[in-house]
Design a protein around this ligand. Sequence first.
Ligand code: EPU
Length: 348
Amino acid sequence: MTTLGIQRDVPLAPLTTLDLGGPAKYFLRVDDERALTDALGWAAHEGIASAILGGGSNLIVPDEGYDGLVVHMGIASLDFRGDGTVEAGAGVPWESVVDGAVSRDWAGLECLTGIPGSAGATPIQNVGAYGQEVAEVVAKVRVLRRDTLALEELDPADCGFGYRESIFKREPGRFVVVGVRFALRPHGAPTVRYDELQRTLGADATLATVRRTVLDLRRRKSMVIDPHDPNHRSAGSFFLNPVVPDAEAQRVVEQAVRDNVVSAPADVPAYPAANGQVKLAAGWLIEKSGIAKGTRRGAIGVSTRHALALVHHGGGTTSDLLAFADEIRARVYDRFGVHLEREPRVLS
Ligand code: EPU
């Protein structure tokens, strides 16, 4: 159809960790910036919508698929410089970045291990886990502007980073992330901030032991993709942890005590967040709304190991998934008056 090698009607489900959804009308995998620019230029010229697919681990594909061009990000250059700088192409599997950093004894990513997906996705939702966020070590984000197809490098201050938040997520049509530069700390100390991690680690933690411990914790919650794990078809956390004003958090705590959901206010998981707000634990709210781990609605279920992950057991549809998610959201709202927001993005 074009010299670009664009394919027609390509199934997208196998390219996502949920393994759900329909085909892309047009599809192209790109391995360099030139191919990416040409593909997006072609789509714009033809008046066809376009979207970028990375590792597919935080993406929900509608059952009807995508009526446009899906560009599969394959830019996979990865360069570790002596001073702790890492240049990663957007299509590099994230774990290779973490692996390269920890094996060189460079600090800054050791808690972000076991997370599926690609390096380019990490600044988009400011990937965070076990007390670290990528925003702490992002030095530059290389982007392609969708309006002019010009390449630019953004400073972290221009990325609008917050909890699972960035300018890339807030304004999805504006930039394509093509690469990320990380500034790590050669032989730096590991980050041991997360309670659960602190409790599990011994006194003389190293980057390698922190990484191993995080992997272990994640495995126990089925948050490491393992095809033998019955919870493996998921998009990780399906909802954000709600960040609410202090008064709203107090109301949740009081209600939980009143209803004998907990015996003491301190038993409600709640953490200080930005601007005096409080981060509640969505997994806890879901369970205490009466949706136990392992609850099923046909082919879709709540993970048996973590109430925040929805799992596709095979043979399901995206509409089943979204219907169950709506049911969960309604249950939590009815029980606690707290709105849950979906975390993975719907391809559109
Ligand atoms: N909890 C429950 N029931 C559950 C799960 C959790 O009551 O089924 C409670 C726990 O007891 C704990 C609290 O909720 O008190 C927090 O649980 P956990 O430490 O497992 O972390 P999380 O808040 O559920 C977040 C991230 C994860 C990240 C972990 C560890 C979000 C939306 N999720 O989960 O990220 O790995 O912290 O830092 O912020 C992801 O985004 O896909 C993801 C896996």
